[in-house]
Design a protein around this ligand. Sequence first.
Ligand SMILES: NC(=O)c1ccc[n+]([C@@H]2O[C@H](COP(=O)([O-])OP(=O)(O)OC[C@H]3O[C@@H](n4cnc5c(N)ncnc54)[C@H](O)[C@@H]3O)[C@@H](O)[C@H]2O)c1
Ligand SMILES: O=C(O)[C@H](O)COP(=O)(O)O
Length: 635
Amino acid sequence: MASTPSPRTAATTLQNSLLSSSSSSVNHNKPSNLSFLHASSNSSSLKLFHSVSASFSPSNSSSTICNVLKTVESADISFSNARDLDGVVSIPKPTILVSEKLGEAGLDLLRSFGNVDCSYDLSPQDLCAKISLCDALIVRSGTKVTRQVFEAAQGRLKVVGRAGVGIDNVDLQAATEFGCLVVNAPTANTIAAAEHGIALLTSMARNVAQADASMKAGKWLRSKYVGVSLVGKTLAVMGFGKVGSEVARRAKGLGMHVIAHDPYAPADRARAIGVDLVSFEQAIATADFVSLHMPLTPATKKVFNDDTFAKMKKGVRLINVARGGVIDEDALVRALDSGIVAQAALDVFTVEPPPKDSKLVQHENVTVTPHLGASTKEAQEGVAIEIAEAVVGALNGELSATAVNAPMVPPEVLSELAPYVVLAEKLGRLAVQLVTGGSGIQNVKVVYKSARDPDSLDTRLLRAMVTKGIIEPISDTIINLVNADFSAKQKGIRISEERVIVDSSPEYPVESIQVQISNVQSRFASALSENGNISIEGKVKYGVPHLTRVGSFSVDVSLEGNLILCKQVDQPGMIGQVGNILGESNVNVSFMSVGRTVKRKQAIMAIGVDEEPNKDTQKKIGEVSAIEEFVFLKL
Ligand SMILES: NC(=O)c1ccc[n+]([C@@H]2O[C@H](COP(=O)([O-])OP(=O)(O)OC[C@H]3O[C@@H](n4cnc5c(N)ncnc54)[C@H](O)[C@@H]3O)[C@@H](O)[C@H]2O)c1
Ligand SMILES: O=C(O)[C@H](O)COP(=O)(O)O
């Protein structure tokens, strides 16, 4: 019988659990596996999706990494496993579907990691037909990633990569419900979009497109195409984010007076480049030029409509390189016809491509480009690399810095929380197995004791993992960081959190985690605390999660393998008796701990076991006269 836990590292525990979710795995081809495992073990990065059990030390060399692969125990994976002659697990590469043109550098990166299927111009039906064979999908703005796509994926699709900024073509709610991570490439096309905005602004002001078309039609119309000057004119930038602020900067260089409207932008960032942040009304009422740079959201949909145009300066000029849907296009045609809007320059449309007979596109005062904002060679290469890195990282199970539907947790926080994340899942898993009766779980409370200021403790990962531990044993839903909160809500489970500041070392983020389930019956009555809630508590000791409290009893058992909890009369010989019964049926005991409230009264014995005792063995334990109740729990 071992009495101390085998040393395990934070990185090991990562491999064993967490952010593992879907029935997929990390290690797709051996060379990159090795480097991935090496890299991730050193950085202790948490796994978002995977559930490969392995043992390794982060400080060890690549030979240890090989051992990691050799000791993979339970790769719960969708790629079928194959062992080579050394017994090393090699797992087929993931399949990445690229449904729109992507820069070569990004494709090269993807090809070095997985099987890349570049199938452009798929119909929605063809996309749905293909998607169940794909682990990742990369799109630009032209592919609609609808709920049907996630349904058709049958759980295999783990990541959608949007090679660009706008994610309005991806059904984020459906992605979240299906536990699919969505990542984007938010930075690489900023300058391209801003430059295109300026190109539209200047060419519209000087009628470049119309004059060009007329000359090509054999005309020489100098007086017709007299333009307007920009210097001294007021430009309202609507949406002062990455693109908007770059447009503002450039417009200042053209001698324009720039104001901006953005309810969420910090005023000091605007002031730093000489831009005043103003209200929506003020912006549209005073501007000679209005340039749109906000995302398409329910709040911004058709925000430029008849009412808005009526409040604008007569003769205003409009530029849109954001999203067509922020403008009511019929209203814009009316505003152009009435002269409220003198000119518009549009790169984006509500429906893309717009109908050939679109009045807006055909309007003589409108300049159009076919969604070219991001289309420079430089931006496309940059976007391709940015999205390829994000998708590969996500398939490797890393939390992405550009995740759109999951918390972005800085690497240093991830690394620090790694062992607590494992503890959180195991506590959730234990707590739910203690529930009996048909009332269902409605309220779960997670109490974190920590010496740290509550504001400096990010518990989103921990909450997600408690949720995973609670829901997975009682449903067929695979829980990960993406869908944890949603799935709990769906199941009517309210997960609340409490932070208790304790007087210990702030060096460690968490002193202990307690999971309470209220208003339920327990199959192990001793797990109920004084207030009638199932209550268990754990700590991380030397990087290993431990169970330290069950109900009102203190115990100390490492959370590895499986667990037997016995409530008994506190008397000599109990450990021997139960140990013998387990030994006789070849069940190896890894840890044992006895906790009691009062000497020679009641005690709880917590026994870690490697194997599951069969029914006969469990019956024998139950027949030991001093044992009042016992329960076998799977970790
Ligand atoms: N035409 C193209 O090819 C092209 C290229 C890049 C980006 N875009 C689009 O441009 C837009 C901006 O991109 P970005 O990278 O600057 O994004 P961003 O997130 O950096 O900036 C968007 C800004 O809009 C603000 N905003 C949100 N709601 C608003 C509202 N109701 N009113 C005013 N502002 C609001 C946000 O606070 C944010 O600062 C997006 O719609 C994106 O899809 C288009
Ligand atoms: O949101 C974006 O990044 C732009 O609209 C670019 O879209 P695209 O990738 O289809 O060019």
